[in-house]
Design a binder for this molecule. Structure first.
Ligand code: UTP
Length: 299
């Protein structure tokens, strides 16, 4: 099997949960401390050796394109002022990876967004990282997923156990054990089920490794929930109906680390507090303030 080098990052959604902040600013550009959320995602891809990053963008995403581009005037000004540390920070995003863009004219669902990557990816396995799903850098998991794909072939998804009251927000997976504690075989998936219909409390979160067979499956996937082409429906087909010899089969890594949905207001705030607390420069002063703040909160 050829090596995975490309990370597809869909960022074309409307971000309605974060309006009005996301009216003209992509939600992926919201800062988590002093870096936009999307930069953590690209850094994660690069840490796994995925140096070819394809953003699936849409309207109102110009800021994102600018962030990963050179900024000659700003760079010249910082150089003139001898602000070398800041200069490095400004240059970092444009030097991280080879960045490409494809536009998804109308956001017709995550499955549709991923299908836009077909021409760029070709007949190679590839990763998908959701731009609003932030995995804490200390809980890096892509390497584990890559190992599972190398061992089993097919596609690999990331699952996280959630409270039954939250499963309706996710795709839920029916799973079978393997000989490894943190790896399961996925036998079925249901998109955003009621707690009583969910096959398990294992929720699909925004990291995937796909066999290119997914493109053919997506072409045949009819609009599902909300009239959108659902990635979950395509994964269900990969798990159940596509033979291993032609790229079928779906395994999952069970994630037990810290993960934030930066498109959700509460989770976004948690990500900022958590990552700010652990920063060497900001952490001590921020935690000192936070302790006083919490003590004064009462109930
Ligand atoms: P979400 O459903 O979380 O994003 O999709 P959204 O639609 O922007 O958010 P809300 O619910 O309106 O607040 C998960 C990821 O898939 C991308 C989104 O940008 C997000 O990163 N996406 C979704 C697309 O790129 N295209 C789509 O058609 C749908």
């Amino acid at each position: 099997m050829s090596k995975v080098t490309c990370a597809v990052v869909p960022v074309a959604g409307y971000g309605t949960r974060f309006l009005p902040a996301t009216k003209a600013t992509p939600k992926e550009m919201l800062p988590v401390v002093d870096k936009p959320a999307i930069q953590y995602v690209v850094e994660e891809a690069v840490a796994a050796g995925l140096h070819d990053v394809l953003f699936i963008t849409g309207r109102s995403k110009r800021a994102l394109e600018d962030h990963f581009d050179d900024s000659p005037e700003l760079e010249a000004e910082l150089a003139k002022q001898n602000k070398s540390e800041l200069l490095e920070k400004v240059k970092d995003p444009s030097e991280l990876a080879k960045i490409h863009f494809v536009r998804q004219g109308v956001p017709k669902g995550l499955g549709h967004a991923v299908s836009m990557a077909k021409e760029h990816v070709g007949n190679n396995p590839f990763a998908v990282l959701l731009g609003d799903d932030l995995i804490d850098p200390r809980d890096f998991v892509l390497d584990d997923m890559l190992k599972v794909q190398a061992e089993h072939g097919g596609s690999v998804v990331l699952l996280m156990e959630v409270d039954p009251s939250e499963i309706h927000l996710y795709g839920s997976a029916q799973v079978e054990k393997t000989d490894k504690e943190n790896v399961v075989k996925v036998t079925d998936l249901v998109e955003k089920p009621n707690a009583k219909d969910a096959p398990s409390n294992y929720a699909v979160i925004g990291r995937y490794l796909f066999d290119p067979a997914v493109f053919e499956v997506l072409e045949k996937t009819k609009p599902g929930k909300n009239g959108e082409i659902q990635l979950t429906d395509a994964m269900k087909t990969l798990a159940k109906d596509v033979k291993k010899e032609v790229g079928g089969g779906l395994h999952a890594v069970i994630f037990k680390g810290r993960r934030y949905d930066t498109g959700d207001k509460l989770s976004y705030l948690q990500s900022v507090v958590q990552l700010a607390s652990e920063r060497e420069d900001l952490g001590p002063a921020f935690k000192k303030w936070l302790k006083t703040f919490v003590n004064n909160l009462g109930n």
